[in-house]
Ligand binder design. Structure first.
Ligand SMILES: Nc1ncnc2c1ncn2[C@@H]1O[C@H](COP(=O)(O)OP(=O)(O)OP(=O)(O)O)[C@@H](O)[C@H]1O
Ligand SMILES: [Mg+2]
Length: 444
């Protein structure tokens, strides 16, 4: 277990200090290591820095309920059991707790034995689950729910960690499918204060320019035709939480100016109203474009770029993540095998080589789709490169690609194809989409 003394660690959350102390004393006597918290916020704080094996939480607490805490834990943490304490006769809350993912519930008042039985049962379950997980995550390493342990991913995690400790604007950059939204969510849900408030993703090009202000800042009744009642905008909906402005490069320039104003003033003005209102919202923006280039071309406001680029997290493309490619492939293969009721597939050496050689223009999403397709289409219990698309089989590795001229690369590619097709010229011609004469000429 996670404690330095090899004891299981339990976090008790109850706003009633006496109840907390009584449970603490009993469980300490039974050999557990105990933390206590008197509010959901304090509990989340402890959970973010301490490995907890079992959470025992009260249901009714001021500000945030135990139910919200359970939801948080199930969304963000693995390997933790939950016991909910409910007042007697409140079966509805017990049902709700189990629905949100509590493992057990005990109704108050309870005896020491009832408590200890429930605790032991939960810990037993956890140990069983951990043996399963140890198999699944054999050689897979995750942080913030993000898979990968290559050097550049580790550097990225330390940036995420910093971003979780303050409210600075974050600009996430990275190619398609590298995990920009995943990183944005990780930052939000690991933020001590904001995580219990909403994370609202907004796809910037998806909002028509004419509705942008009303969508983001809200409007009052009668502000324009169709504004039949007051309406909250995204900024208000995300109060104390986080707005994720995805594909920020696609924002038309007049809207860039409006957004800039809000970021500077930290206040919004609903459409149809003159009064401004302070807003407390963390902004995370993302793009797969190079904003500096766009600034130079005059397509993106420089002042907005500077405002957004406080913490920049640049997600490495998949092809630069070394063995993470294989960890991810195995993770997705297992995920879809389970979904399809199949056993975990083995990877052949050829598959491993092909996965590592390919340049992954679609990054993690492309890899995930490939694994999904393979598990659906392939009846065999292993993953082999024969079932990969041709482009992958004849792909020239990333390291080589950087040192080759176009001419050399095309020669190498042709040689590869001929070799891989075992000298079957007809097949090679089909793949290369050239005629026989050209092929012979090239081979010479
Ligand atoms: N390191 C990772 N570990 C586990 N899953 C990942 C990882 N990176 C990406 N994914 C998964 O890959 C998919 C794509 O990730 P996400 O949507 O965050 O990428 P994106 O950069 O926002 O993509 P796009 O450019 O298309 O908007 C998601 O299903 C995500 O959960
Ligand atoms: Mg995205």
């Amino acid at each position: 277990m996670s404690d330095q003394y090899d004891k299981e660690i339990i976090l008790i959350v109850d706003d009633n200090i006496i109840t907390c102390e009584v449970i603490q004393r009993n469980l300490e006597m039974a050999g557990f290591h105990i933390f206590t918290a008197h509010s959901v916020n304090d509990a989340i704080e402890i959970l973010s820095r301490q490995d907890i094996d079992l959470l025992i939480t009260d249901y009714k607490m001021p500000k945030h309920t135990g139910l919200e805490l359970i939801k948080y834990v199930r969304d963000h943490l693995q390997n933790i059991c939950i016991i909910m304490l409910t007042g007697y006769g409140s079966i509805n809350s017990a049902v709700a707790a189990m629905k949100e993912g509590a493992d057990e519930y005990i109704t108050k008042p309870f005896t020491d034995k009832e408590l200890l039985d429930a605790v032991n049962k939960s810990i037993r379950k956890l140990k069983e689950k951990n043996t399963d997980l140890a198999v699944i995550y054999d050689d897979t390493w995750t942080r913030f729910g993000i898979i990968g342990q290559s050097q550049n991913m580790l550097e990225m995690y330390s940036k995420i960690e910093k971003a979780c400790q303050n409210d600075a604007i974050v600009l996430i950059t990275g190619e398609n499918g590298t995990g920009k939204e995943l990183v944005a969510r990780a930052i939000h849900y690991n933020h001590k204060a904001r995580s219990v408030y909403p994370f609202i993703p907004i796809n910037c090009p998806g909002i028509p320019a004419s509705l942008f202000e009303s969508e983001l800042f809200g409007h009052v009744k009668g502000a324009f035709t169709g504004a039949v009642q007051h309406r909250k905008g995204f900024f208000q909906a995300a109060e104390k939480g986080c707005l994720f402005l995805d594909e920020i490069s696609e924002l038309p320039s007049e809207l860039q100016a409006k957004l800039l104003r809000v970021l500077q003033e930290k206040e919004i003005c609903r459409v149809g109203e003159t009064l401004t209102k302070k807003v407390d919202v963390r902004i995370i923006a993302a793009t797969n474009k190079n904003l500096e280039d766009l600034v130079e071309k005059g397509q993106f406001r420089q002042d907005l770029f500077f405002r957004l680029n406080v913490i920049n997290i640049d997600i490495p493309p998949l092809r630069d993540r070394g063995d993470d490619i294989i960890f991810l492939a195995k993770h997705f293969a297992l995920k879809y095998a389970k979904e399809l009721g199949k056993t975990e597939p083995e990877f052949t050496d050829k598959a491993i080589i092909a996965l590592k050689k390919y340049s992954w223009p679609g990054n993690v999403r492309e890899l995930e789709n490939l694994m999904h397709r393979n598990l659906i289409m392939n009846d065999k219990d292993h993953i082999d490169s024969v079932n990969f698309p041709d482009i992958m089989k004849f792909n020239i590795s990333c390291d080589q690609r950087l040192n080759l001229s176009l001419e050399d690369m095309s020669k190498k590619y042709i040689r590869d194809v001929v070799e891989q097709t075992g000298g079957n010229k007809a097949k090679a011609l089909r793949i290369l989409k050239i005629d026989r004469k050209t092929l012979l000429k090239k081979l010479k």
